[in-house]
Design a protein around this ligand. Structure first.
Ligand SMILES: [Ca+2]
Length: 341
């Protein structure tokens, strides 16, 4: 069957509660200290705040090892309620000397204490400084759990210690800079609102309906001053106000108390991104201009949409319902939406 939209109208309202992935950093430390632990002390531990070739150093004898060089005071301001997803550390470092310098330990500092997964990874660069990265991608939590307060705390940070591994020669271990990036997700609220209406998308007159439409197959169409379209639709025998959106799936307000029949994962694409949402469905009967169709529809909280539209709506009349008809005519002059099979 040939289906055709005599008018193609696209009005899309983007109102969504989304999860937003975000990051802070790389942030620099404001405190560098030597943590006494039986190894060689770090000289000038406060030189690690910036990449400026001023370095903290530890002079290691053959098979010697250093204490921890601990960096804290990173000044993170992760928003309350966020979920911490990953921590990535960069340590700009090098060594000089005829021996070999390797990690003894690289650990995250939580609550002022070295903790979690051992990230020691091997040999240090020589003789030039280089950033070695610790923490894989954006989802490495270093073997522990984090609250926002843990990350924002002044005693959150990272520590590194070095060891000479040739067993015969000496090295000077050098750290120029230590930095941390934190990846997190925020949730809730209206993430983005944008209304694209018929007038802005299609300022020029569109094609006329080419064929006669069935008499009595029209429903009143309310075109407001912004070019947004509203239609009175019969829903399970009740008169309801629907916003007409050819870019959205048909939906009904959760407030109506219509029993749901299950959940599905629905992929929706906005102008900004594709969103996978686990949404509830209900089966309803829609009365459209003397015709009725039974449809599975999304059941959703339409509060944000009503706020954005500045008009309380009970549902969205979307593409999946309109496409059931061979001819769909938006008559702005008469204020009618006519649906022909
Ligand atoms: Ca430095």
């Amino acid at each position: 069957m040939k289906r055709r939209l005599t008018f193609f109208l696209s009005s899309t309202l983007l109102v969504a509660t989304l999860l937003w992935a975000a990051s802070q950093g790389p942030n620099n430390p404001t405190l560098g200290v030597n943590v006494a632990g039986g190894g060689v002390n770090w000289a000038n531990p406060t030189n690690i705040y910036a990449s400026d070739d001023a370095r903290g150093t530890a002079a290691l004898a053959a098979s010697g090892y250093s204490d921890y060089l601990r960096a804290t005071g990173f000044g993170f301001t992760i928003p309350a309620g966020a979920t911490i997803n990953g921590i990535v550390v960069g340590i700009e470092r090098s060594y000089t000397g005829t021996g070999t310098c390797e990690d003894l330990s690289v650990k995250i500092v939580k609550g002022g204490t070295e903790t979690g997964t051992e990230k020691a990874s091997g040999a240090w660069p020589t003789p030039d400084d280089f950033y070695d990265s610790f923490g894989i991608g954006t989802t490495d939590l270093w073997g522990t759990v984090w609250t926002v307060a843990d990350i924002n705390a002044a005693d959150f940070g990272v520590s590194v210690s070095a060891t000479e591994t040739s067993g015969t020669d000496t090295v000077s271990a050098r750290v120029d800079h230590m930095r941390i990036t934190v990846y997190y997700t925020t949730a809730g609220g209206v993430a983005k609102r944008q209304i694209l209406n018929a007038a802005t998308l299609h300022p020029a007159p569109m094609q006329r309906c080419e064929v006669p439409l069935p008499v009595g197959a029209s429903i009143p169409l309310d075109v407001d001053s912004r070019g947004l379209l509203f239609a009175h639709v019969g829903l399970n025998g009740h008169d309801r106000l629907f916003w007409v959106d050819t870019g959205a799936p048909t939906a009904v307000s959760r407030d109506l108390g219509i029993p749901t029949i299950g959940k599905r994962t629905l992929q929706t694409a906005t102008a900004f991104k594709t969103v996978l949402a686990n949404v509830e469905f209900a089966r309803v009967t829609l009365y459209l201009g003397g015709q009725h169709v039974e449809r599975p529809v999304v059941v959703s909280n339409l509060t944000y949409m009503s706020e954005a539209l500045e008009r309380k709506v009970d549902g969205v009349l979307g593409y999946d319902t309109l496409r059931l008809f061979r001819r769909v005519c938006f008559d702005f002059g008469k204020g009618e939406l006519t649906l022909g099979r």
